[in-house]
Design a protein around this ligand. Structure first.
Ligand code: NAD
Length: 378
């Protein structure tokens, strides 16, 4: 097939790519439904001015793998919505209401939040079509960033991953890049297990104290709208210097591609738990692997949020969501690291194989491999 429209097509998908356009409200968006062999796709709406169909496809594919690895009855999909997420609220609501109406009958996709969209946006969607996760608590949602679903997942991943390293979690030192929704809760849960936060950063700067940082005091500082670098019990640094900090566990929880071939040698750690999405380039991960530094890939480690969203969709409450996150992530981390050890392959390759096996198994039950004609998918 030479047609450019099929440039992303491979054995797993994408099943469909839909361009949504409505000039009267300046609506431009793309929905990619990658693979629904395991169930209706879940993946958030990313709103930004610089998104593309290619980015949408890559994000949808990573949701296929993340949802499969997490053992959820959901496939992967994604929407990119062109626009400034900080536009006036009325305009944003209009755009989102238009978008979901255009996709009203796309039952292969469940709307969810991502960068640039939040609980309030999901509430508007609920008002229009109902098929949505990531709702405010007042209308039945489980507020995953407030309860720290992803950070909770990371702390459970750490508990398993240290068994493949030469240190204990109790007393281990850790550094967190990005003291936001993921980073602060990961810090809180890890410190409850006896680990010590020695450095953290945000977009303004970083703070370091080898004797340990007071997490509650840092949380108060952030609540007051300040940067962690303004904390008075430690050495404040440029935000990039967090990479050099000596620690047992290093957690990227900020931006994509922060570690690459040119700076990976600066890391002074034994274990990396990837909280952000694609925080380390694949080339840099290979360098870590060869140096004997253990890492747990993003779509295994940070699946707590999507597990929580899927649990909400299926009517679960907060405490059962947290229990499920713990069970699934501990089991998956063990399976990935065990497979990597036995087959002598990188953790990322082991994770991709595990997830792809699960998607292919689900595809084998279908009359058509990628889609189903069963009512829930129509
Ligand atoms: P957030 O906006 O709440 O927090 C991000 C933090 O990183 C902020 O404190 C910000 O100041 C800081 N930051 C930004 N640029 C930085 C830089 N260059 N250096 C250091 N710090 C920087 O976002 P979040 O929800 O915590 O998400 C963080 C990452 O985790 C993103 O990549 C996101 O896609 C990914 N993720 C989030 C979830 C979730 O449940 N929220 C789930 C899976 C993956």
């Amino acid at each position: 097939m030479t047609d450019n429209a099929f440039r992303f097509a491979d054995e797993l998908g994408p099943l469909k790519i839909i361009h949504v356009y409505e000039p009267s409200i300046n609506l431009k968006a793309v929905l990619v439904v990658d693979n629904i062999a395991k169930g209706p796709s879940i993946g958030g709406i990313r709103m930004a001015t610089d998104v593309s169909t290619e980015e949408c496809f890559r994000l949808a594919r990573s949701m296929t793998l993340k949802n499969a690895a997490a053992g959820l009855p959901h496939g992967g999909g994604k929407i990119v919505l062109y626009g400034d997420p900080k536009m006036p609220k009325a305009e944003k609501a209009n755009l989102l209401r238009g978008l979901v109406n255009a996709l009203r009958n796309e039952e292969t996709y469940v709307f969810a939040p991502d960068m640039g969209t939040d609980e309030e946006c999901m509430a508007w969607i609920r008002d229009e079509v109902g098929r949505v996760v990531g709702l405010p608590r007042e209308i039945g949602g489980i507020p995953l960033d407030e309860i720290g679903a992803t950070g909770w997942g990371l702390s459970n991943v750490a508990e398993v991953a240290v068994r493949y390293c030469d240190f204990e979690l109790e007393g281990a030192s850790f550094a967190v890049q990005g003291f936001g929704a993921v980073g602060k809760h990961a810090s809180r849960f890890l410190s409850e297990r006896g680990a010590k936060l020695v450095a953290t950063s945000d977009s303004q700067g970083a703070i370091h104290n080898p004797d340990g940082l007071d997490i509650n005091a840092l949380l108060e500082l952030k609540k007051a709208g300040k940067s962690v670098s303004e904390f008075d019990q430690g050495t404040s640094m440029d935000r990039e210097n967090i990479i050099d900090i000596e620690c047992d566990i290093w957690i990227p929880a900020a931006r994509p591609d922060v570690i690459h071939e040119d700076n990976v040698s600066r890391l002074n750690t034994k274990l990396i738990i990837e909280g952000a999405n694609i925080p380390i380039t694949h080339a840099a991960e290979s360098i870590l692997y060869k140096k004997g530094i253990m890492y747990v890939p993003d779509f295994i480690a940070n699946a707590g949020g999507v597990i929580c969203a899927a649990m909400e969709y299926h009517g679960a409450n907060e405490s059962s969501a947290m229990t499920t996150i713990k069970e699934k992530l501990m089991r998956n981390t063990e399976q990935v690291l065990e497979r990597a050890k036995l087959e002598n392959i990188e953790p990322r390759q082991a994770a991709i194989e595990l997830a792809t096996d699960r998607v292919k198994k689900a595809m084998s039950f279908r009359r058509f491999s990628l889609f189903s004609t069963a009512p829930e998918f129509l």
